[in-house]
Design a protein around this ligand. Structure first.
Ligand code: SF4
Length: 285
């Protein structure tokens, strides 16, 4: 793993593409991801972003934006004004292209320092997206922030399958991530389980009942088709993920599979589909 410290010029990126529907800005404390060679890294949409990877293998590098908290404080007012001029909330998606609580966070604490900066000067809305149970290190801070702004936490949990054939292990167990959702909910934080990308499921009804019992507020279901930034899922088709999914359930690589699972999920919880779900639009129908 190649670790580099970098000074960033900006930290709040005005949203483009599908993120426009979700937030006004994205925020990435790191470039690259220390979980890139785990299961989620195989289907990770960011690995196809040549502008970020610059030809490097996904999971082989992390750039640490050491001055990110200071740059947030220097720029949040101008970016908030920019969003408000467009009649939008100043809504920050943290993070769209990296993992805020990846292993190197324990050493650098860029995410923690950014959250502390936000506690002093919060956005209107904050969406925290994570695969990592290490997020619980900052649970009190996140709970305090949720009193200052509209906040929700998206925990990525692709389904009830612990490990897909031929793929490396995930960054955290399914049980560990359900426990994180339970802790978020107990702390009064709006907690969302994101099945993104949706894996083949063994016992969907049991799984969604378990999420509801853990206090989860909503579920996002996002198939790699329509979910990886291409209409047909063409980026993901180039990876090992679809083959592995089909070896468990051949139906799981079709969009109809997403709709079937969503119908089961709605029996237990409000459900959002793909980008609309990431934007916080859920329903029981
Ligand atoms: S943790 Fe997130 S950013 Fe990192 S490899 Fe997995 S999906 Fe990609």
């Amino acid at each position: 793993m190649e670790i580099t410290e970098v000074q960033c010029k900006s930290i709040l990126t005005r949203a483009g593409g599908y993120l426009r529907e979700v937030c006004s800005h994205s925020l990435n404390p790191y470039v690259g991801c220390g979980f890139g060679q785990s299961a989620c890294g195989v289907g990770c949409y960011v690995r196809h972003n040549a502008w970020l990877t610059k030809g490097r293998d996904w999971g082989s590098f992390v750039e640490v934006k050491t001055n990110a908290p200071e740059v947030y404080l220097q720029t949040y007012e101008a970016e908030q004004r920019w969003a408000h001029r467009r009649d939008q909330l100043f809504s920050v998606f943290f993070s769209s292209a990296t993992e805020p609580w990846q292993p190197i966070e324990k050493q650098y604490r860029i995410t923690r320092r950014l959250l502390q900066s936000m506690l002093a000067h919060p956005p209107d809305e904050l969406i925290l997206q994570t695969h990592a149970t290490a997020m619980r290190d900052d649970l009190e801070l996140v709970a305090a922030l949720s009193q200052q702004c509209r906040l929700r936490v998206h925990v990525s949990i692709e389904g009830d399958t612990e490990r897909l054939p031929g793929l490396p292990p995930p960054p955290a167990t399914v049980a560990g991530r359900i426990e994180l959702l339970r802790q978020l909910s107990s702390a009064g934080i709006f907690a969302v389980a994101c099945l993104s990308p949706l894996y083949p499921m063994k016992h969907p009804a049991v799984f969604f009942e378990q999420l509801a019992e853990a206090g989860v507020d909503a579920v996002v279901i996002d198939h790699f088709i329509e979910g990886d930034g291409t209409r047909e899922g063409s980026r993901t088709w180039k990876t090992d993920l679809p083959r592995s999914m089909e070896s468990v359930d051949p139906e799981s690589t079709r969009l109809a599979y997403r709709d079937r699972i969503a119908a089961i999920a709605r029996t237990y919880l409000p459900v959002g589909i793909s980008a609309a779900g990431f934007a916080g639009h859920y329903s029981r129908q």
